[in-house]
Design a protein around this ligand. Structure first.
Ligand SMILES: [Zn+2]
Length: 226
């Protein structure tokens, strides 16, 4: 009887540990991540708010103001792998010469959030497929826009953040010359610093070296713990 109970407990534990990984990926957890960083310091997730002077934060998934209508993250944090953080810092310096600065909507995203997004909105044009994961899960993607450094206002762009419409495609025609100029500047500067714009989202930039970095499922509260 006791053996049966132990077996049942074991099955329940294994099931609950793997339940969110039903799409066939096995993301890196905190102990594995710590091992990786020891071997390769470029894998460290850097707190972007601390690392990039003057960067603005509007972490939408830490609020209900996002397409799920739910607060997904318990903390409003933005992390990226060290080379991604360094490239973004260099881009911020270039934007500053134009009188602009970066506002981050999202950066590293735990894999569990990608699963949730897909289950809420199962369209892989706009939401990463949980079978492949997102470059956000690798700490190698940034969702962002630009703000005017004097007013703090966001620059006019073709759509709102996370507008899942054709107008969000970075190649979509834009009639307003100011909007076109803003979108072009954002994309050109980011591309100069090693990023590539997503084909269906003007606000999403992938770091070109993303393949070297694994998909992770470490919640923010574990990363920010001392
Ligand atoms: Zn994104």
């Amino acid at each position: 009887m006791r053996a049966l109970f132990l077996t049942a407990t074991f099955i329940v534990l294994v099931y609950s540990a793997t339940a969110q990984y039903k799409y066939g990926l096995t993301p890196v957890t905190l102990p594995e991540y710590r091992e990786h960083v020891k071997k390769d310091p470029s894998k460290e997730l850097i707190d972007l708010e601390q690392f990039i002077p003057g960067v603005k934060m509007d972490i939408r998934y830490a609020t209900t103001n996002n397409f799920t209508g739910e607060k997904i993250y318990p903390l409003a944090k933005a992390y990226a792998r060290r080379p991604v953080a360094m490239a973004l810092k260099a881009a911020q310096e270039e934007f500053r010469k134009h009188g602009y600065g970066i506002k981050i909507f999202d950066a590293y995203r735990p894999y569990a959030a990608t699963v949730k997004f897909y289950e809420v909105y199962p369209d892989s044009t706009f939401v990463a497929s949980p079978w492949r994961g997102s470059r956000h899960n690798r700490g190698c993607a940034i969702d962002m826009t630009l703000v005017d450094l004097e007013t703090g206002e966001e620059l006019k762009m073709p759509t709102e953040y996370d507008a899942f419409v054709r107008e969000a495609f970075p190649t979509h025609p834009v009639a307003d010359p100011t909007v076109l100029r803003n979108r072009t500047l954002l994309i050109q500067v980011m591309e100069r610093h090693g990023f590539r714009v997503n084909a269906s989202e003007w606000w999403h930039f992938d770091f070109r070296g993303y393949r070297a970095y694994e998909i992770m499922d470490i919640p923010f509260e574990k990363l920010s713990a001392p």
